[in-house]
Design a protein around this ligand. Structure first.
Ligand SMILES: NC(=O)CC[C@H](N)C(=O)O
Length: 358
């Protein structure tokens, strides 16, 4: 079925529908990862977004039962150059298209994804829709303009109920803002007892559990919209060791009085180099974010930069000395991507043991 991606600036990219063939709307972003499409499909951080894969062949190792980051896909649509209909891999249980049909996830293939990515890099991330190829452009633009894009992303992605994952070690509360399974796995690999709580859990309720540490998870949407979690983090600062990842990093910064801002097109991929300001060492990291902490807003907050991006100098990690809190914009749990940054889980362990980030 011939369909097209129409962007709010009026540009059109014609292709073929695959997966679930309904019309769909969302913000169009791109990821440069060569593999890891199953993790990206199921990363709640991508709620409401239509994801363009710059790597041309997607689906070539199928869908397996291990690489899920959540029980269902969260992104709105997948836009590719080519999707593989005959995957070859010992773990493959179904094709990408079969998975997308089952979970009603629309796809668009046959797109010049490099041209589309260059367009997004030039114009910034744009809202758009995948609509019938023959629909007049004026009608498409009207539909995009009228579409009710939501803003309560974290509320939609977070767990509704608290639950415990028993372990014998330290007790960690994991605030779920739309967390990836990889973040929980990283804590379980340390042997911790993890209590996963919804996004709107109060600081009092969390401190009542007398945890050894609190991890603030990744999550979708604009961090400034997360008013309740920001108040919770304010209540936790200085009371308990805090480690924020991606959305959690942004919420920690906002709670400390800094500001966040939308990036032109964000960082989404598995080879983003970040420099550790303490050692000068560079980590190759997995990233998936469209907002950043504004470096001009750190003045007077007590926050200092721990990591920055080698490519564009953007803030990639912060520490709040004396308040037992630090955070990273990138993903230590990888899934997908390189495992360089898993050392951050050791930093969190040392923070819980010594009360300071070294
Ligand atoms: N992976 C995340 O936690 C993303 C954080 C935030 N939604 C952003 O896009 O920057």
């Amino acid at each position: 079925m011939n369909k097209k991606l129409v962007l709010e600036d009026g540009s059109e990219f014609h292709g073929k529908a695959f997966g679930y063939k309904e019309d769909v709307y969302g913000e169009v972003v791109f990821a440069t990862s060569m593999s890891g499409y199953q993790e990206l499909l199921t990363d709640p951080s991508l709620l409401g977004q239509m994801l363009v894969m710059t790597y041309p062949l997607v689906g070539n190792y199928g869908i397996n039962r291990e690489d899920y980051e959540s029980l269902r896909p969260f992104l709105s649509a997948l836009i590719v150059r080519e999707h593989c209909t005959h995957p070859s891999n010992f773990r493959s249980e179904k094709t990408l298209e079969a998975y997308m049909e089952k979970y009603r996830l629309p796809g668009l293939s046959g797109i010049d994804t490099r041209q589309l990515t260059r367009h997004i890099r030039e114009k910034g991330a744009l809202k758009g829709a995948i609509l019938p190829a023959e629909m007049p452009l004026s009608e498409c633009l009207e539909k995009i303009d009228r579409h009710p894009f939501f803003t309560n992303h974290i509320e939609r992605a977070s767990t509704k109920n608290a639950y415990d994952v028993p372990g014998g070690g330290k007790r960690v509360v994991l605030m779920d803002f739309g967390m990836k399974a990889g973040i929980l796995k990283g804590l379980l690999e340390e042997g911790y007892h993890v209590s996963v709580v919804p996004h709107d859990t109060s600081a009092e309720e969390i401190l009542e559990q007398n945890p050894d540490g609190v991890l603030l998870s990744n999550g979708p949407g604009n961090p400034e919209d997360a008013l309740v979690p920001i108040e919770t983090v304010k209540g936790l600062l200085g009371q308990v060791p805090l480690f924020g990842i991606c959305m959690g990093h942004q919420l920690l910064a906002l709670a400390a009085g800094a500001k966040t801002r939308k990036m032109k097109f964000g960082h989404r991929g598995g080879n983003n180099a970040v420099r550790d300001h303490r050692s000068g060492k560079v980590l190759i990291t997995s990233q998936n974010h469209g907002y950043e902490v504004d470096s001009a807003s750190l003045e007077g907050t007590g926050l200092s930069v721990l990591y920055s991006c080698v490519n564009d100098g953007s803030i990639e990690g912060l520490v709040l000395p004396g308040r037992k809190a630090f955070s990273v914009q990138f993903h230590p749990e990888s899934s997908p991507g390189p495992r360089d940054a898993r050392v951050l889980y050791q930093e969190f362990k040392r923070l819980m043991e010594n009360g300071e980030v070294e």
